[in-house]
Design a protein around this ligand. Structure first.
Ligand code: CA
Length: 236
């Protein structure tokens, strides 16, 4: 069955372009030209992905994103935000709105499709919960035994490093903000203030340790890349 994508964007020409391109790739595409209509459609049917513009007349994209995340029917749908240049990336991705990724306008259709495919590849939370192992490339995680293997070799990871690596692997290709990582690996209690630099540094330090264990060359990492001003992305 074709995967279903909802686009919420008020620039009609852009909507038409994106919809054409996605349909040519075999997706079922639905569109809304304002936030209220987007919310209506999002609640009526299930989608495999929602593409959401931030600047919308009436109900704006960030508010709509939060509404989608806070509704149990729609909470786990992947969301890609479209943003104008100059918006603070950490406001878009992660804790504040709950988007999975963002693309800065103007963007090429090739880049857009690549980001869409990344979200489509993500295993559903149900499937993850049921599996006791996760493999990506030569990395293999055994959740029940909390063990990590690189090829045939077992890696010695601390408790936190294991949690951090498993959350990276489960969200491969998505931009993960430092705040989101803190909330999901260390827990909300660890977040003292929204701009708490100390807890952000903790994330950076753990990522550095993790890179030393899983990267071929930790000083030019290929698996965990840094997304400037936001956080990290696990490439595979
Ligand atoms: Ca717009």
């Amino acid at each position: 069955m074709a995967k279903r994508i909802l686009i919420v964007e008020d620039e009609e020409k852009l909507v038409a372009n994106l919809a054409d391109k996605l349909r040519a790739e075999g997706y079922d595409v639905f569109t809304a030209l304002d936030g209220e209509r987007g919310w209506e459609l999002a609640r009526q049917e299930r989608y495999d992905l929602i593409v959401l513009d931030i600047m919308l007349p009436g109900l704006d994209g960030l508010s709509l994103c939060r509404m989608i995340r806070n509704d149990s029917e729609t909470a786990d749908v992947p969301i890609i935000m479209l943003t104008a240049r100059g918006m603070e990336a950490d406001k878009i991705v992660g804790l504040e709105s709950g988007a999975d990724d963002y693309i800065v306008k103007p963007f090429g259709l090739g880049e857009f499709l690549a980001r869409v495919r990344v979200q489509m590849r993500r295993p559903s939370p149900d499937r993850i919960a049921k599996s006791s192992e996760l493999s990506l490339g030569d990395l293999r995680l055994d959740f029940s035994g909390r063990r990590v293997y690189k090829g045939e070799t077992e890696l010695k990871l601390s408790h936190r490093e294991f949690d951090l690596l498993s959350i990276f692997m489960r969200n491969r290709g998505a931009v993960l903000s430092r705040h989101w990582l803190i909330a999901n690996v260390w827990g909300e209690d660890f977040l003292i203030g929204e701009k708490d630099k100390r807890s952000e540094r903790t994330v950076d330090v753990h990522v550095r340790w993790l890179r030393e264990k899983i990267e071929e060359n930790p000083s030019s990492p290929r698996r965990i890349s840094t997304v400037r001003g936001v956080g990290y992305r696990f490439e595979g």
